[in-house]
Design a protein around this ligand. Structure first.
Ligand SMILES: [Zn+2]
Length: 440
């Protein structure tokens, strides 16, 4: 499809660009930014002055942001194996609805994505569905069991863009070291879920005043920071790329800040949940606020905001974790962890811009450009000429109220139901195909 997006604010940190202008898309590629003098518009159709036989569909983005398609490098799509929670079709549709043109799917499916049959199945199902691009993350260890490395070279050959045992940490320092040394020539990141299980396993929420008040066993912040320290030390020794998933405590952040200062190849992410909420959201035993890592103290959340502002945190993810109704509507200790996050992420993240914690360019950096660099997605995360025609059009000021019953995702587990948000993705274009969310 040939498209001309006019009057929008083009924001592209890959070109250090923030200016209004017109973006031209031809088939599945970005053609470039064009001067108003170079085209003429007749109704919904435009023609380039030097190419009168080729019509372009006009999209008027006045008052909107036109940004490289958003990338969420941490989602759980439950397919294969738990399709009642989410499948690749509903997951990639929910991604598009939320403004994401690409997602990276974690391997904790059934079977675990530790072999190329599963990797290929995920890619081809997403490709056939034709919504967001799906890039699988394969398991570090066989069955994510922590005993033996998976066939990492085969998995990368089949299309995996990273490895992780997410849901669980890489089981031991020895295995992590072995994996990082083995993977080094591949240039892909190992994504660790930093958790010291001996410190966390009896807890259900952050350890602190709130857990005492509710009478629930707590998870101390050290359960995360001890693992972060382990991971950073091994990344320093091996020189291999390590990405820390969903960091949530001020101590973890200080460790990452130090590691970056030392030149250790570490990157990290935060979830929309952990910068939007603190442990008080668990009040009333709200299972929709039960996460792993748990929602932390307000002091930790403030440290996360500061780290988003100063660039210590590299990207924002949803950790989209859809669950069935019966898996959340149970006693707090029995409820599964996670939030269905793809359709609220843009609205929650734009609050950071409205509150002046980050600027517009940082928003795009955190949600598109940097993730594209971390998982090596060539031709994505940018509006440069020749890049894939993945574009998100955002209305930053649109006020709307989250209604979980309108989610495209099968997962209705959200603590944000009923919350008013300011800003949302209005249109998502992936590979030159328009998926409008003309919801008002
Ligand atoms: Zn995790």
């Amino acid at each position: 499809m040939n498209i001309l997006i006019i009057n929008g604010l083009l924001i592209d940190p890959s070109q250090n660009m923030e200016k209004s202008g017109a973006l031209l898309i031809e088939d599945d590629r970005i053609k470039g930014i064009v001067d108003p003098a170079s085209y003429s518009i007749n109704g919904d159709t435009a023609f380039l002055k030097d190419q009168k036989d080729k019509p372009y569909t006009v999209i008027d983005a006045a008052g909107k942001w036109v940004v490289p398609g958003l990338i969420d490098m941490h989602v759980h799509f439950r397919d294969p194996g738990y399709e009642y929670k989410e499948d690749i079709i509903t997951g990639t549709m929910a991604a598009m609805s939320g403004g994401f043109t690409s997602v990276c799917a974690m391997p904790n499916t059934r079977p675990i994505n530790d072999n190329k049959t599963v990797t290929r199945y995920m890619i081809s199902k997403a490709h056939d569905a034709g919504y967001a691009n799906l890039f699988p993350i394969a398991a570090v260890s066989k069955g994510s069991g922590g005993a033996e490395l998976s066939e990492i070279y085969d998995l990368v050959d089949a299309g995996a863009v990273a490895v992780s045992d997410d849901g669980m940490p890489v089981a031991s320092a020895g295995l992590l070291r072995m994996a990082l040394l083995y993977m080094k020539p591949l240039g892909i990141p190992l994504i660790d879920h930093p958790e010291e299980l001996s410190l966390s396993k009896t807890g259900y929420m952050n350890e602190g005043v709130a857990s005492v008040k509710l009478g629930l066993n707590g998870i101390p912040q050290t359960a995360e920071s001890v693992a972060v320290a382990r991971d950073i030390m091994i990344a320093a020794e091996t020189g291999s790329r390590l990405h820390l998933a969903h960091i949530s405590t001020r101590y973890s952040i200080e460790l990452v800040r130090w590691a970056k200062k030392m030149g250790i190849p570490v990157t990290c992410e935060v979830t929309t949940n952990h910068f939007s909420l603190n442990e008080d959201a668990v009040d009333g035993y709200n299972t929709n606020a039960k996460l792993n890592p748990p929602l932390r103290s307000e002091r930790d959340r403030q440290a996360v905001l500061e780290a988003l502002s100063d660039g210590t945190i590299d990207c924002i993810v949803t950790d989209h974790a859809p669950h069935g109704h019966d898996e959340k509507e149970v006693e707090f200790d029995k409820a599964l962890n996670g939030i269905s996050g793809l359709e609220t992420s843009v609205g929650l993240s734009l609050k950071l811009v409205h509150d002046k914690i980050i600027n517009k360019k940082q928003f795009v950096q955190l949600m598109s450009h940097t993730p594209s660099l971390i998982v090596n997605l060539k031709n994505k995360g940018t509006l440069k000429a020749g890049a894939d025609a993945d574009v998100t059009i955002i209305d930053p000021d649109k006020k709307w109220v989250v209604d979980k019953n309108k989610f495209v995702s099968k997962g209705r587990n959200t603590p944000f139901h009923g919350r008013e948000l300011k800003g949302r993705a209005l249109m998502t274009i992936a590979g030159g195909k328009i998926h409008g969310n003309t919801r008002t």
